[in-house]
Each structure stands twice: as C-alpha cells, then as structure tokens.
Design a binder for this molecule. Structure first.
Ligand SMILES: Cc1cc2nc3c(=O)[nH]c(=O)nc-3n(C[C@H](O)[C@H](O)[C@H](O)COP(=O)(O)OP(=O)(O)OC[C@H]3O[C@@H](n4cnc5c(N)ncnc54)[C@H](O)[C@@H]3O)c2cc1C
Length: 443
C-alpha cells in the first residue's frame, strides 16, 4: 500500500507503525501532543505511573525491536530473572516460577527507546497535529482531516488532510472514532464497561544496595483475605533506570491512596517486606502522583454488522482494563502482532478488517476475563457478570490459593496473568487435579 496513517503516537501507535513499515511505502504517525524525547507529553499523566511489562509483552517487544532489551539494560534498566521477580498474595510469597523474567524500566524510558527505533525507520515519519475527522469514499476510509495542535505554532488552527490506504486508531481511551463513524453514516462499536473506582499512586525512591536481588515485587490481596487489603496492602515495586525504585499503591473507593508522602510511606510499611524496606531505607524523590481510574472499557468491533474498509483500531481505544493487572502495553503489542498476521495473509487494506478484529478480540477477551473476574471479587463492583461467573470464581479462588504453595500451579496461573496462555488453560484437568492435590495435602 502507498500510505498508512496512525492516529496517536504513544505505545500502541508506535507498535502499529512498526508493523505497517513492513507493508506501506509511507507510514505517518499523527500525534496531537508534543511527546518530547521521553514520550511523557503534557496530556498523558498515566505514562508517569509505574508500568510493569508482562512477560508476553516483553516477548513481543523483542519480536518487533530485536536487541532492545540489551539497549534498555545498557541504559540502566534491570532485567529480573528467577527469584528477582517476586509475587506475593495476602502477604505470603508465592511458589517460585523459574522461567518468569521481567524488565525493570519506567514507561517513559521504555517508550522513548521504542520511539527512537520506530522513527529511525526510513519510511516512518511523525506529523504533529490533532486528527479531527475521517474522510470516507466508496465504503472505505480514504484519509484523515487534522488540525495543527500547538496553539503557539504560527500555523495553529490550520486544517490539513492526509490520504491513506489504511488508518489506525491509536488515540487511546478518549478516542473519538465512534463519533466520527456515526458522522460518516456508520455505527460505532458497542462498548462494555465495568465500574471499579480504583485509585492509583506512584512514588519514586533513590535505589542503593538495599535489595540487591529484587527487580520486581508485587503484592495483591487474594482469597485468604476475601480480596481485601487486610493482611497486606496491595502494591508493587520495580527497580528502574537511574538507580531508582518506582513504587505503586492501589486501592478502591474510600481506600484510594492520596498524595500525602507521610501517608504513602505509612501504607508502604503495611505492605510486604521489600516495599517496607524501601520506605524505611530510601529517600523519596519528588511528589506522589495519583491517578483515578473509574472504569474498565472495551469496544467490540466484531459485533458490528457493517464497517468501513481501510480502518483498524489498537491499544486503549479498543480496550482499557484495570491497570493493576498490567496488561495495557502487552495488549498493544499483541494487537500489533494481530495486525501483522492480518496484513501478511494478503488482506487488502481497503477491505473491512473483520479478520483483524476477530484475531484482536481473542487477546482483548483474555485480558478482560482476567481483570473482570478478579474485579468482581470486590463487593463494590456490581457487574456485568459473565456467564458461569460463580463457578469460574470458585475455581479461580482454589487455583489462587494453591498457586501460593505449588510451583506447578503457580506456573499455570502466571502463564495466564502474563498473557502467555488463555485463561481457559486454567480449566485444564491437569491444572484442576494438581490444585485439588495441593490443597488436600495442605489441609
Ligand atoms: C494508572 C495506570 C497505570 C497503568 N499501568 C500499566 C502497567 O503497569 N502495565 C501496562 O502494561 N499497562 C498499564 N497501564 C495501561 C497503559 O498505560 C495503556 O494501556 C497504554 O498507555 C495504551 O497506550 P495507547 O497508545 O493505546 O494510548 P495512550 O497511551 O493513551 O496514547 C494515546 C495517544 O493518542 C494521542 N491522541 C489522542 N487523540 C488524538 C487525536 N485526535 N489526534 C492525534 N493524536 C491523538 C494522545 O496524545 C496520545 O499520545 C496503566 C494505565 C494507567 C491509567
């Protein structure tokens, strides 16, 4: 194809641009914000929050940017393997999973290296501007209308157009694609929502030699506490570049963490030992940054009857789920891989991309199942309940309890949490039988 235009130059847009560089002569990333070298931008406070990269997300990062792990580590990121990656449930350290590896890097650092790789591709360029509408012709999207975004720019307010064979919506959670589709005489994709009322807070600490064998420590409530923060505060710690720790605390409704540093430190001391130790021994750098996250959302394009050709969507514009489970970066990478498979199969870009949306729905659905099933364990979360929820929840509680005690069960559990396997793999008779044996022995 001649030209592909990607709307949004954050992580999902960058992955999509990388994929499209194999298929289009000219790939344009249209980004409203001036993202700067580190990619934080002004309008994107979520990028400053701790971002964990799941192991499937890392595998796809390397797939699209070979050697990037080495580059990140050379720049100060940490690469955690074996016991350096620690998961706790209800304050108890889970059974080890030897093949679990995780990268310790901040989101701006990771994204800046990805951006550098993508913008170095000879057929990719970035245009700063705000997409305002799509252009349609003969049943397909044939371009995009945009305005110069920067009010200070001498060209501010000017409108321009870009022709495109394929347009990718990577505009994040607040994408206006649905409005544009309606305006063009099409339907918008049905939206599923789950209200969760989550509060998030991230703080950064100076890192010394206090925890030399820890890269990631993650603590969540589980079945022993009824998924409440009574046995240990939920939170996570990641060793990142520039000899820093990033720490996140999370809580629902009236247990949302605030900005007060003293309160943040007190709460870290009620968490598992690595977070406690960092609170006691390391200097807090800068402010505590909070982020409210009211609801998980996903748009299901596969439920539409008609859809224009020349258009796909990726990243948070399709699905944005409870960030506690750390799935967003991995979903963006997996959707990019779905787009690659779709285009490599020879699908004409001007056709409606049903096959892409079907592939992408499988990974979105897996992420939604993991987050929604766990969120529904919170009494304040009122649904919607998926079919068979009570049975799934009952089995999930047993597997979660056994995963603390047994590496085999934990491996199966972590493969799902890290998106290496579909959640249905947990209903395999082998996993269920092992869970039953582990719990019977423990009784
Ligand atoms: C508090 C919090 C913590 C999180 N923690 C994790 C984690 O630990 N691990 C993880 O994997 N994920 C995490 N996530 C999820 C992750 O941040 C998102 O999934 C990810 O940012 C999605 O990337 P995106 O490119 O789809 O959207 P975004 O990052 O939102 O980017 C959208 C881009 O589109 C641009 N844009 C918007 N409108 C227009 C327009 N009209 N024209 C041109 N450009 C436009 C914006 O400027 C922006 O750059 C977290 C999210 C939150 C909120």
């Amino acid at each position: 194809m001649k030209r592909a235009v990607v709307l949004g130059g954050s992580i999902a847009g960058l992955y999509a641009a990388r994929v499209l560089s194999d298929h289009a002569d000219d790939v344009v990333i249209l980004e409203a914000d001036d993202l700067g070298e580190d990619g934080t931008g002004r309008g994107a406070p979520h990028r400053q929050q701790l971002h964990a990269l799941l192991s499937m997300g890392h595998a796809h990062l390397e797939r699209w940017f070979p050697g990037i792990t080495g580059e990140l580590v050379a720049g100060g990121a940490r690469w955690g393997t074996g016991p350096e990656v620690q998961f706790y449930v209800d304050g108890v350290r889970k059974a080890p999973v030897p093949d679990l590896r995780m990268l310790g890097a901040s989101r701006p650092f990771l994204e800046s290296r990805v951006r550098r790789r993508v913008t170095a591709l000879p057929n990719v360029r970035v245009v700063q501007g705000r997409a305002e509408d799509l252009r349609f012709s003969a049943g397909r999207v044939c371009g995009v209308r945009y305005s110069t975004a920067e009010e200070t720019s001498p060209q501010a307010g000017r409108t321009d157009e870009l022709d495109a064979d394929l347009v990718v919506d990577a505009m994040g959670r607040s994408s206006r694609l649905g409005t544009w589709l309606l305006r063009g005489g099409w339907d918008h994709a049905p939206l599923d929502r789950m209200r969760i009322d989550l509060g998030y807070a991230t703080a950064v600490f100076r890192r010394g030699d206090e925890l030399p064998t820890t890269v990631v420590a993650h603590a969540s409530p589980g079945p022993a506490s009824g998924y409440q923060p009574t046995l240990s505060e939920p939170g996570a710690l990641v060793a990142v570049e520039d000899n820093r720790w990033m720490v996140v605390l999370a809580g629902y409704t009236d247990h949302r963490p605030g900005r007060d540093p003293a309160e943040f430190l007190a709460r870290m001391r009620r968490c598992v030992s690595p977070l406690h130790e960092v609170a006691d021994r390391c200097a807090l750098l800068g402010d505590v940054r909070t982020f409210p996250f009211q609801e998980s959302r996903r748009r299901d394009f596969t439920r539409l009857r008609r859809f224009p050709g020349g258009l796909v969507a990726v990243g948070d514009s399709v699905a944005s789920v409870n960030p506690i489970y750390g799935q967003g970066l991995t979903l963006a990478a997996l959707q990019a891989s779905c787009l690659s498979a779709y285009l490599r199969a020879g699908s004409p870009p001007h056709d409606p991309a049903w096959e892409y949306f079907r592939r992408a729905a499988v990974v979105v659905d897996a992420a939604w199942q993991v987050s929604a099933t766990a969120d529904l364990a919170q009494p304040h979360v009122q649904g919607p309940y998926p079919r068979g929820y009570r049975l799934t929840r009952w089995a999930g509680d047993k597997i979660a309890a056994a995963s603390v005690l047994d590496s085999g069960v934990n491996q199966a559990f972590m493969d799902v949490v890290h998106m290496r396997r579909h959640p249905k793999s947990l209903t395999h008779p082998r996993v269920l039988a092992r869970t039953a044996r582990v719990l019977a022995t423990a009784r």
